[in-house]
Design a protein around this ligand. Structure first.
Ligand SMILES: Cc1cc2nc3c(=O)[nH]c(=O)nc-3n(C[C@H](O)[C@H](O)[C@H](O)COP(=O)(O)OP(=O)(O)OC[C@H]3O[C@@H](n4cnc5c(N)ncnc54)[C@H](O)[C@@H]3O)c2cc1C
Length: 400
């Protein structure tokens, strides 16, 4: 077992660390769009700088991306997680576009790739993935009710979606929409995914959805969408009719591990801030760093980060060696443990900062929101635990 980075990864790490110092951290102070719903204009400058530094589409294996393995990408995504609102987007490695690019690369037709994958890879447009619905428990994706009905050479889409990340960004030009093409089919083949361009008549961006009161506009903002007799040509179908559920499962493996890789970086940033604060703040005559309770937070944080990182790297290695399906249990394991672990660490860093930890003067509040929401987005903790437990139990069912 080799715990070192290979030469290519080390080269990328060095260049990425320099990019963070030169471009990303200096942009943080003025970056947040506050009540705005879209990323600030400086993002385009950062994207151009990342592109010319060769730090572009690092997430995507194969011919369309940088060609890195998951194990090579993990330490790079971790670095971008240190500034999660800026760095992933600057490198064209932000969700949900990454998942959408993966889907188009794997399941898209040549024409769909030309029209949507190429500009997404170039970073000239953004995209969204629309599955969750306000009226049904969407953690069970078979519940979704949006209808996609065939009418001649077109599909007609009717339904309502919410928390669709990126949809408030006007540059989000394309939506991958999941709905039911055949409600009478077996449970997991009722669904299909279709491409819906933003300006299609009948598609309304109804309202922005806040997260813990914030617009999350740096990510483009989440939105509620209404589809009212939206018509798209049948050539906008991704893959096959009835294949939507399988495609969404395929997209979620890489998506989940990317979130977890970045979360490790968020935890490292929080721990770094906690340590520097603890050394410099002196209540009751001695630095916080000398209080046993604070040392306990620091030691626990380091141990938990190391544990989480090892599990993320193992999942990445399995994805590379036995495929996403073979890594299913480990991907679920990291999605269960990493967001809550990082939420705990960020919470302790906030506590060590006192009131300042809740303020706009440190990245901690934003890091906490990111970790907390990732206990819901891409599947709530309980749903992953249910599925992992069932698979574990299945190993013993035949013997009892
Ligand atoms: C910041 C953010 C961004 C998001 N971005 C997107 C996006 O881009 N596209 C998109 O389609 N969706 C997006 N979502 C939605 C997200 O995927 C859903 O919220 C999630 O799948 C849960 O669905 P739900 O909200 O309908 O919760 P429900 O299905 O109503 O579940 C509610 C709660 O019930 C509990 N629960 C569910 N099942 C079980 C069980 N078996 N056992 C015990 N407890 C259980 C869980 O605690 C769960 O949180 C986003 C959400 C957030 C917060």
């Amino acid at each position: 077992m080799d715990f070192g980075f290979d030469a290519q990864t080390e080269d990328y790490r060095k260049r990425l660390l320099a990019f963070m110092d030169e471009h990303v951290y200096p942009a943080e102070a003025g970056y947040h769009s506050g009540d705005g719903w879209g990323p600030p204009p400086i993002l385009e400058t950062l994207k151009a700088a990342a592109k010319s530094a060769g730090l572009w589409n690092l997430f995507l294996p194969g011919e369309h991306g940088a060609g890195l393995t998951n194990l090579q990408y993990a330490p790079l995504a971790e670095i971008t997680g240190r500034s999660p609102a800026i760095a992933p987007a600057a490198l064209n490695c932000a969700a949900p576009d990454t998942g959408n690019m993966e889907v188009l690369a794997e399941f898209g037709t040549d024409e769909q790739k030309r029209q949507w994958l190429t500009p997404l890879l170039d970073g000239t447009i953004r995209s969204a993935f629309a599955m969750t619905e306000p009226q049904v428990a969407s953690s069970d994706a078979t519940n979704i009710g949006t209808r996609i009905e065939r009418d001649g050479d077109e599909y007609v889409i009717n339904g309502r979606k919410f928390y669709i990340t990126g949809a408030m960004n006007p540059n989000c030009r394309i939506f991958i929409v999941m709905g039911k093409t055949d409600p009478d089919a077996a449970r997991h083949v009722q669904q299909s995914q279709v491409l819906v361009p933003r300006d299609t008549p009948g598609l309304t961006v109804e309202r922005g959805m806040t997260v813990f009161g914030y617009t999350d506009g740096d990510h483009g903002g989440h939105a509620e969408l209404i589809f009212d007799n939206v018509r798209v040509p049948v050539s906008n179908l991704i893959g096959e009719e009835g294949g939507g559920f399988a495609i969404s499962q395929a997209r979620l493996g890489p998506g989940r591990i990317h979130h977890c890789m970045r979360l490790i970086g968020m935890a490292e940033r929080a721990l770094e801030l906690m340590c520097t604060r603890a050394l410099s703040r002196t209540p009751f005559g001695k630095p916080l760093a000398e209080q046993g309770v604070v040392q306990d937070w620091i030691a626990e944080s380091r141990v938990r980060i190391e544990q989480a990182r090892l599990l993320v790297l193992k999942a990445a290695w399995l994805m590379d060696t036995v495929g996403n399906k073979g890594a299913h249990t480990e991907i679920q394991a990291i999605k269960i443990i990493v967001p809550s672990t990082v939420e705990w660490i960020v919470d302790k860093a906030i506590q060590a900062h006192g009131a300042a930890g809740t303020s706009q003067d440190t990245p901690l509040a934003a890091l906490w929101v990111a970790a907390r929401t990732l206990r819901l987005a891409d599947g709530p903790d309980e749903v992953h635990k249910r599925s992992l437990a069932r698979r574990e139990l299945n190993r013993y069912r035949s013997t009892t």
